[in-house]
Design a protein around this ligand. Structure first.
Ligand code: IPM
Ligand code: MG
Length: 361
């Protein structure tokens, strides 16, 4: 296959972890005879410094022309005082909406080798964690009307949670399709006891469910869901929820698997095109020190092969390489425990690369 990728290394640890992910993409391309070209573009803080804006038009244009986007992370303390549209995070939101990436898949899996890193009680962790959070990504409060004004002489501000039937339908379909390939269970998370937008959301999810008689559906309010996630995460298969609730719940889901440094994500639109990024941020405190865990970025590359290009063997090769490297006892600082072999970003990347390339060690 000929594949043309846009690469946004971004800020903080973004370039380090993306560098390792690219090495592994190249190794897999070599092993399975794919021709992959990379075009590096800028977004986030790096783009603010160079162009004065977080998402230059050229970046968006090159991403649109590519087959998929690999992204590191954006943001950092240097840009923390900038306002609204000037912030690095705007680049992420602009990419998501500009590229039509309405579905965000965030798997939270507890690797057996990392059971010790799980903060939950052992009897809870033993039941296993394998959840796919399907988060709506281009609607809701993140993109609804907002404003600020003085009301009755006091400063006030608002953001609007607005969802159309169509926006809910397409994310619900994505969640049910995802469940069909997994455990065939969907938990819809909303706040339908209070919010009008949630009541519409739930109605639409219920109507989509009629087309999936083999998938079992249940509903949870967001407050209960966040409690259930630590009480018994093994009850969840696919969780479908709004942009705002999904942002919060996916951080919680990641933490119960031990480290946010392990979890990848895929942002998908209607076609195969996708943007792939670790769910962790730019971690400026450890940037440039060879301390970051590259596994989330590497597993994001696996998701890319699977979801954008339908290359299952390639995706499996990367995921197996990660598992083998963990089973061999190698750990970056965030997942280190006694008796393990501590390695930096580069060494972890190199070890996984060797496995993924199919080279005998
Ligand atoms: C995420 C992040 C972003 C979000 C921020 C950086 C804008 O937290 O991808 O979860 O809120 O979506
Ligand atoms: Mg978040």
């Amino acid at each position: 296959m000929n594949i043309n990728l846009a690469v946004i290394p971004g800020d903080g640890i973004g370039p380090e972890v993306t560098g390792e992910a690219l090495n592994i993409i190249k190794a897999v391309a070599g092993r399975f005879s794919h021709n992959i070209t990379f075009t590096e573009v800028m977004a986030g803080g790096a783009a603010i410094d160079l162009y004065g804006e977080p998402l230059p038009q050229e970046t968006l244009d090159i991403c649109k022309k590519s087959d998929s986007v690999v992204l590191g992370a954006v943001g950092g303390w240097q840009w923390d005082n900038l306002l609204g549209d000037k912030r690095p995070e705007r680049a992420l939101l602009g990419l998501r909406s500009g590229l039509g990436l309405y579905a965000n898949l965030r798997p939270a899996v507890l690797h057996p080798a990392l059971a010790a890193a799980c903060p939950l009680r052992e009897d809870i962790a033993r039941k296993g964690i394998d959840i796919m959070v399907v988060r709506e990504l281009t609607g809701g409060m993140y993109f609804g009307g907002r404003g600020r004004e003085r009301i009755d002489m006091v400063e006030a501000a608002w953001d609007t949670e607005l969802y159309s039937e169509e926006e809910v339908r397409r994310i619900a379909i994505r969640a049910f399709d995802t469940a069909m390939l997994r455990g065939k269970r969907v938990t819809n998370v909303d706040k339908a006891n209070v919010l009008e937008s949630s009541r519409l959301w739930r109605e639409v999810v219920l109507s989509v469910a009629k087309d999936y008689p083999r998938v079992s559906l249940n509903h949870m309010y967001i407050d209960n869901a966040s409690m259930q996630l630590v009480r018994d995460p093994s009850q969840f298969d696919v969780i479908v929820t709004t942009n705002m609730f999904g942002d919060i719940l996916s951080d919680e889901a990641s933490q119960i698997t031990g480290s946010i440094g392990m979890l990848p994500s895929a942002s998908l639109g209607a076609s195969g095109f996708g943007m792939y990024e670790p769910i962790h941020g730019s971690a400026p405190d450890i940037a440039g020190r060879d301390l970051a865990n590259p596994i989330a970025a590497i597993l994001s590359a696996a998701m890319m092969f699977r979801y954008s290009f339908g290359l299952t063997e390639e995706a499996d090769a990367i995921e197996t390489a990660v598992t083998k490297t963990l089973e061999a006892g190698y750990r970056t600082a965030d997942i280190y425990s006694d008796g393990m072999k501590r390695v930096g970003t580069k060494e972890m990347g190199a070890l996984i690369q060797k496995e993924a390339a199919g080279v005998e060690q």
